[in-house]
Design a protein around this ligand. Structure first.
Ligand SMILES: Cc1cc2nc3c(=O)[nH]c(=O)nc-3n(C[C@H](O)[C@H](O)[C@H](O)COP(=O)(O)O)c2cc1C
Length: 209
């Protein structure tokens, strides 16, 4: 079990690195994931997110796989689909402005998508380790938009099917900074309403599915 008493599907969410490379996400499931992002809140309801849909075996997926970092090249290609998030930073033809709010909104939409995956009995693992500019150029992302990150989605695979290096990743202890170092009334001064610090390490394995 994970250590904190937060609601599902937050509670059972984690980022596996061993995906089942036989599992297929159908178009309806991918659409449902995108709908979860679609209904995220955003500043001025501008919805600055876009997703490049890379279903395993598709041409878009081939492009992504060619641009993965070394550390991600073992596990990402096995996932059923990858949604590459893109932030629109300005109107077409205009210079990109401050990316803070669009980046916030895209991250939030991706969080919704990630949690929808969990609610559907799937797993999602976000990642940023790929050549963003290379992907943007290969997939026609315009200058007023920026590739942000990506979300690998699928069903958890059997660790015996992958190299030890990738299997080992699924057994890393999950750690978090204590809330006293996160929630302030003034910078550096912990909010006094916090309960005595709870566990910040997830016991092993905490990954029943
Ligand atoms: C924006 C972002 C970028 C990330 N980049 C990578 C990555 O390139 N490779 C990777 O294996 N995991 C990546 N992760 C996953 C994090 O390492 C993971 O979410 C974190 O260790 C917490 O683990 P948990 O998701 O299981 O709680 C990324 C996550 C986010 C949100």
């Amino acid at each position: 079990m994970n250590p904190v008493d937060i609601a599902e599907p937050l509670h059972s969410r984690w980022s596996p690195s061993v995906f089942d490379d036989h599992h297929v996400l159908d178009d309806q499931q991918v659409t449902r994931l995108l709908e979860a992002a679609q209904w995220a809140p955003s500043a001025g309801n501008r919805q600055p997110w876009r997703y490049l849909v890379a279903v395993r075996g598709s041409a878009t997926h081939d492009v992504l796989v060619r641009h993965l970092s070394r550390g991600n090249s073992g596990w990402v290609p096995r996932a059923s689909a990858v949604l590459i998030s893109v932030a629109v930073l300005a109107e077409e033809g205009e210079e990109p402005g401050d990316p803070t709010i669009p980046a916030h909104d895209v991250g939030q939409a991706s969080a919704h998508l990630t949690l929808q995956a969990r609610a559907m009995g799937l797993h999602a693992h976000q990642f940023a380790g790929f050549d963003h500019d290379g992907v943007a150029a290969a997939l026609g992302v315009p200058p007023h938009a920026r590739v942000v990150a990506a979300i690998a989605v699928g069903r958890r695979g059997d660790p015996v099917d992958v190299p030890e290096r990738d299997a080992e990743r699924d057994h890393r202890v999950r750690r978090r900074r204590p809330l006293e170092e996160t929630a302030f009334t003034r910078w550096g001064e912990a909010w006094p309403g916090l309960a005595p610090s709870g566990p910040t390490v997830a016991p092993q394995p905490g990954r029943e599915d």
